[in-house]
Design a protein around this ligand. Structure first.
Ligand code: NAP
Length: 299
């Protein structure tokens, strides 16, 4: 039996449209109703045939859904929750895909008292945005972290886990605050560093822009891919995971100063020892199947 028969997706950008495609592939009998704030996104979703119904507003999309998934930027979750609250079917599960979990859990629980709020985060994505960027295989082999509130209905949590499992994801359960600390290290800080480095390069007056582009070797080029990620999504990530990111940024700044010192004083052993440890981390990521060992010319 399907974990959910009628699914509503609010927000049909990269993640929402990937989810719609993945549901179509893995659970073709699910009735899929979707919406988006933008007229042009809704029109495109109809052209691409990504759903059974496309509604004008979020309220109309959720009316008889047994699973509602909010795929909007983290800062838009409260507005969507207010819109869907009066229309939710009894016993429906309200979940999301936001990259930050503690603030989303708080906002949704406050706005939807009595609803089964069970946040989740598929740890999968690209630097692209919008419905044309989505693809159905996005979640395959990737982790989906579910962050249920302490008194969540276990049966509903299991159904949501089964739903993500059918989309090809590996599922983990985690406390929302812990999720935010882990993702601050693995995703949020790396994005901040990429935004900062690419910003620094673009501000450098002694290196003309054309030289930065022309000689963009591996390192810088890889940072530009991350720094091309959606500005609104990432603005909201930093505003909503402020404490974990700031704490980590403090540690990172200290470590950077230690490296600065090692370079200044010619401490080659310290540099080599760090670079050896970091290479081992790359190896573990490949061994875990979270990336491939192939040379990357702009994946
Ligand atoms: P996206 O491609 O920009 O799509 C977001 C969509 O939501 C846009 O079409 C946007 O319309 C729409 N939207 C915004 N406010 C809305 C509202 N109030 N009601 C209905 N629709 C609304 O972004 P995305 O990459 O799919 O990200 C969506 C969520 O997934 C975010 O919470 C993000 O943190 C999470 N996530 C992203 C990734 C990733 O790699 N991108 C990975 C995992 C999780 P407008 O463009 O008109 O604003």
């Amino acid at each position: 039996m399907l974990p959910f028969a009628r699914v509503a997706i609010i927000g049909m950008g990269l993640i929402g449209s990937s989810l719609a495609r993945a549901i179509r592939q893995a659970m073709p009998t699910v009735r899929l109703t979707v919406t988006d704030a933008s007229d042009h996104v809704r029109d495109r979703v109809i052209e691409l045939g990504l759903a059974d119904d496309v509604t004008d507003g979020a309220g109309a999309a959720v009316v008889d859904a047994d699973l509602v998934i909010l795929c909007v930027p983290v800062g838009a979750m409260a507005a969507v929750a207010a819109e869907i609250g009066p229309e939710l079917a009894p016993d429906s599960v309200v979940s999301d895909v936001g990259s930050v979990k503690e603030s989303v859990l708080r906002v949704l629980s406050e706005a939807l008292p009595g609803a089964h709020v069970i946040p989740a985060h598929p740890v999968a994505g690209t630097e692209k945005s919008g419905p044309d960027a989505g693809f159905g295989e996005l979640f395959r082999g990737r982790w989906c972290i579910i962050t249920p509130p302490p008194r969540a209905d276990q049966m509903m949590v299991e159904r949501l886990g089964e739903f993500w499992h059918r989309l090809g994801s590996k599922v983990d359960l985690m406390d929302a605050a812990h999720h935010d600390r882990v993702l601050a290290v693995t995703s949020h800080l790396p994005h901040l560093i990429a935004y900062s480095i690419v910003g620094t390069a673009s501000d450098m007056e002694e290196v003309t822009k054309s030289e930065v582009i022309k000689y963009s070797a591996g390192g810088f080029r890889d940072f530009t891919r991350i720094a091309a990620s959606d500005p609104v999504m990432w603005r909201d990530v930093f505003l909503n995971n402020r404490d974990a990111v700031l704490e980590l940024l403090g540690r990172f700044t200290e470590d950077l100063v230690a490296l600065q010192r090692a370079i200044r004083w010619g401490e080659g052993d310290a540099l080599e020892s760090l670079f050896t440890r970091t290479r081992a981390i790359r190896r573990s990521i490949i061994d875990e199947g979270q990336d491939t060992d192939k040379p990357d010319f702009g994946r």
